[in-house]
Ligand binder design. Structure first.
Ligand code: AMP
Ligand code: MG
Length: 324
């Protein structure tokens, strides 16, 4: 693995924790870890253990790797239950819960559609209505069954494809942070592009300073996860329209609205799922979904005709007030 380690000393008192950071490419993006450790040796040990956990989760949860647990289990689970790992079960159980709460706006069975749209972005050409219709027949969260008790999954049809791109990085950030905490390092931050998870405040600080979405807001937080999803991060431009990489499962089409959602939760798994879910639902319905879930806070902004319209959930306002 092509790994880069950076070490930086802060102006620190003897014996006080020092700042270290490291970067590695995983899951098609860069994972960055920042932490405060007593010495270089313990920082190195923590980086190695955390990145090893990230690599393990990539092998389990990737839809790009043909031999990932996700892909092998989906193939094997047609019409009969297949035992799955704790990690895959945890991600799928929360995914299905968010699907239920959003009437299927969030749906990890959208794999056939996301593959079609990935190809469309490469070819700079919209998928045909026939291809979208065909892919939609192989999607639908009700065709996926996850049993928590027996820790199994079943799918109703062959050629289904699960895509955990909306939720896996949040879970992975959580899990990497847990590894670091277990090694006795209590002030750390793991970032995987738009998904952050962090523990106690840096020494002498009130918390980690976290920028919110594309706004100029900064919250100072500890022991939280913050995930941002931008509909216009990746898109296909056709006929003067921008089709997002986030798909509305109801239509099979990439979102057309320029929405950015930052979701905050104690759990990265939930924050990452929720940012995508609220993006599909749109500002008002997305905010209603966030308000209903007591584990979530969010800041949602949408650009309409060059004007930015933004909404803050009640728990976001509380977190913001606590920051001042
Ligand atoms: P995020 O950046 O967290 O919003 O995740 C975006 C990714 O989620 C996309 O690149 C797809 O892999 C996947 N995805 C797209 N649409 C949906 C959807 N409606 N429900 C669940 N996952 C989706
Ligand atoms: Mg997400």
């Amino acid at each position: 693995m092509n790994s880069k380690l950076f070490f930086a000393f802060l102006l620190s008192l003897p014996g006080s924790p020092q700042y270290f950071e490291a970067l590695e490419p995983h899951m098609g993006t860069m994972f960055e870890i920042k932490l405060y450790a007593p010495d270089e040796e313990s920082a190195k040990t923590a980086f190695q253990a955390a990145f090893a956990r990230v690599a393990q989760l990539d092998n389990e949860l990737s839809d790009y790797k043909p031999d990932s647990e996700l892909n092998l289990a989906t193939k094997a689970a047609v019409a009969h239950p297949v035992h799955i790992s704790n990690d895959l079960a945890a991600v799928l159980i929360t995914s299905q819960m968010i699907s239920e709460q959003t009437g299927g706006a969030f749906d990890v069975t959208v794999g056939p559609l996301t593959r079609l749209w990935r190809q469309a972005r490469k070819n700079h050409q919209l998928p045909t209505p026939e291809a979208i219709h065909e892919a939609q027949q192989r999607c639908g969260y009700r065709k996926l069954h996850v049993d928590a008790k027996s820790q199994t999954m079943t799918v109703d049809l062959p050629d289904m494809q699960l895509d955990l791109g909306a939720i896996a990085k949040g879970y992975t950030a959580d899990e990497a942070l847990k590894v670091i905490t277990k090694l006795g390092i209590h002030s750390a931050l793991v970032a995987a592009s738009g998904d952050l998870a962090f523990s106690d405040a840096p020494p002498g600080e009130r918390g980690w300073k976290i920028g919110i979405g594309s706004s100029d807001r900064v919250l100072v937080l500890t022991n939280m996860a913050v995930s941002t999803s931008g509909a216009s991060e990746q898109f296909l431009q056709s006929g003067g329209k921008h089709y997002s990489h986030i798909i509305d499962p109801a239509t099979g089409m990439g979102l057309l609205n320029d929405i950015t959602v930052t979701a905050i939760s104690r759990h990265g798994l939930l924050a990452d799922g929720a940012d995508t879910a609220a993006s599909v639902l749109g500002c008002e319905k997305g905010m209603a979904f966030i308000e209903k879930n007591t584990e979530l806070a969010a800041f949602i902004s949408e650009k309409v005709n060059g004007q930015v319209h933004s909404l803050e959930s009640s728990r976001f306002k509380q977190l913001n007030a606590g920051t001042q």
